[in-house]
Design a protein around this ligand. Structure first.
Ligand SMILES: [Zn+2]
Length: 415
């Protein structure tokens, strides 16, 4: 056969190349590869029954991977079969899906991978596909990966909310913080109420929920209730990221009060300092440190609030509850005469949740993952890909926050 080598390279089992030609179409050179089936029978696209004779056929063209910088089209006869169980159905083929865009599976896989590192527009230009087609492929592939992912062996779940769009709309992200694949974002549900989480539990499965030993979350009652209902033996851990977020809100409240109290006189020093005040001092560059020092010089109250903020993180360094507790008591004691109501309210909140916060002493969960997931999810929502498709956004967030999904692996897709 004259096309043996091309048949080998194309690697569509059961098919051989019978013709290759080029055509110039709208400024591009296209390669048309005609292939023929080596088998006389077909497989039902509905039930998968094999050995069926062809009922009728038509010529089909699907886009395939580029060949030496030329867009390639594979031409073949697509049969319909008369299946004894299903009736007249399109045949199933190994290299192309039954529905969806007219591209081969290897091209679907490549487009999906490229979408992890490039914009849809760029992938469209690179592969000669319409941007809408690229997006359709990206979504369908993410949906497939999400529906086929394993949920076995997970022992620690994390719950986190994220604000979407304008107004009071929240989604809840549920992560696996410990499991065979490391930290990964499992799913996202709409809302942050106890009943909003119900679809997650249904999807996750009763038996798997029973194996959960810890649930990591914000001091937010609905999450706690939901965990207690579905994983009765799981212990609650209020994680550092969320506790610190409440602390930063409190410090920011103090800043606003100081702004009001000191008034116009100090406006120049106080204005625009939210960032330097709330950032960790060690993360600030020289300019930031200078601005911070100016600020703390004019307001003893902010100096104290800043000091308390900087030291609070030590709470997560203890391995013993007793010592962590002692540290916290000391921290609270230094608030006593300070007239910083927001920080006092924060201390009360911590006191009420102290048991769950100190659980971290015995069970170290990956705190960095919780924080970075929140940040990555915000980034995806901000970019939003110019679409109003919520399902698409959720799948993109899941992909971005799940390391094994997000890894760029352009060579990993089987033909
Ligand atoms: Zn069938």
């Amino acid at each position: 056969m004259p096309y043996d080598l091309i048949t080998t390279l194309l690697n569509f089992p059961g098919f051989q190349v019978s013709d290759i030609r080029t055509e110039d179409r709208s400024a591009f050179r296209m390669v048309f590869v005609t292939i023929e089936s080596l088998e006389g029978t077909h497989r039902c696209g509905e039930c998968g029954k094999t050995g069926l004779p062809g009922y009728d056929s038509h010529l089909q063209e699907v886009r395939h991977l580029m060949w030496w910088q030329s867009f390639t089209v594979v031409r073949f006869r697509r049969y319909r079969v008369r299946c004894p169980d299903c009736g007249i159905r399109t045949e199933a083929l190994g290299f192309v899906d039954l529905r969806g865009p007219r591209v081969t599976k290897p091209l679907l896989g490549l487009v999906y991978e490229l979408c992890k590192v490039m914009t849809h527009k760029a992938v469209g230009i690179l592969q000669g596909l319409h941007r809408g087609t690229v997006r359709e492929i990206d979504k369908a592939m993410m949906e497939k990966v999400q529906s086929e992912r394993s949920l076995e062996g997970i022992t620690v779940l994390g719950f986190d909310e994220i604000a979407v769009g304008k107004g009071q709309t929240y989604w809840t992200m549920i992560s696996a913080l410990e499991g065979p694949r490391g930290p990964e974002l499992l799913n996202i549900v709409e809302g942050r109420k106890e009943k909003s989480l119900q679809p997650f539990w249904t999807w996750f499965g009763k038996d798997r929920a029973r194996l959960i030993t810890h649930g990591v979350m914000d001091m937010w009652t609905p999450f706690r209730k939901s965990l207690r209902t579905h994983c009765p033996t799981a212990q609650v851990i209020f994680d550092k990221f969320h506790v610190i977020r409440h602390l930063l809100d409190a410090v920011n409240e103090v800043r606003k009060q100081e702004f009001k109290r000191l008034g116009d006189r100090m406006k120049g020093v106080l204005a625009g300092k939210k960032f330097v005040l709330l950032s960790r001092r060690s993360n600030l560059k020289r300019e930031g440190r200078k601005a911070l020092e100016e600020l703390l010089l004019v307001s003893p109250r902010l100096l104290k609030a800043h000091f308390l903020k900087e030291t609070f993180g030590h709470l997560w360094e203890y391995r013993s509850r007793i010592w962590a507790m002692k540290f916290f008591r000391k921290w609270v004691a230094s608030l006593k005469w300070s007239r910083m109501e927001p920080l006092k309210r924060f201390a009360v909140m911590v006191e009420e949740h102290l048991d769950g916060i100190l659980s971290y002493c015995e069970k170290k969960v990956p705190l960095g993952y919780v924080e970075s997931t929140n940040q990555k999810a915000k980034n995806v929502i901000r970019r939003a890909y110019g679409y109003r498709d919520d399902r698409f956004k959720k799948l993109k967030i899941i992909q971005a926050c799940t390391p094994w999904m997000n890894e760029f692996q352009p060579w990993s897709h089987d033909p």
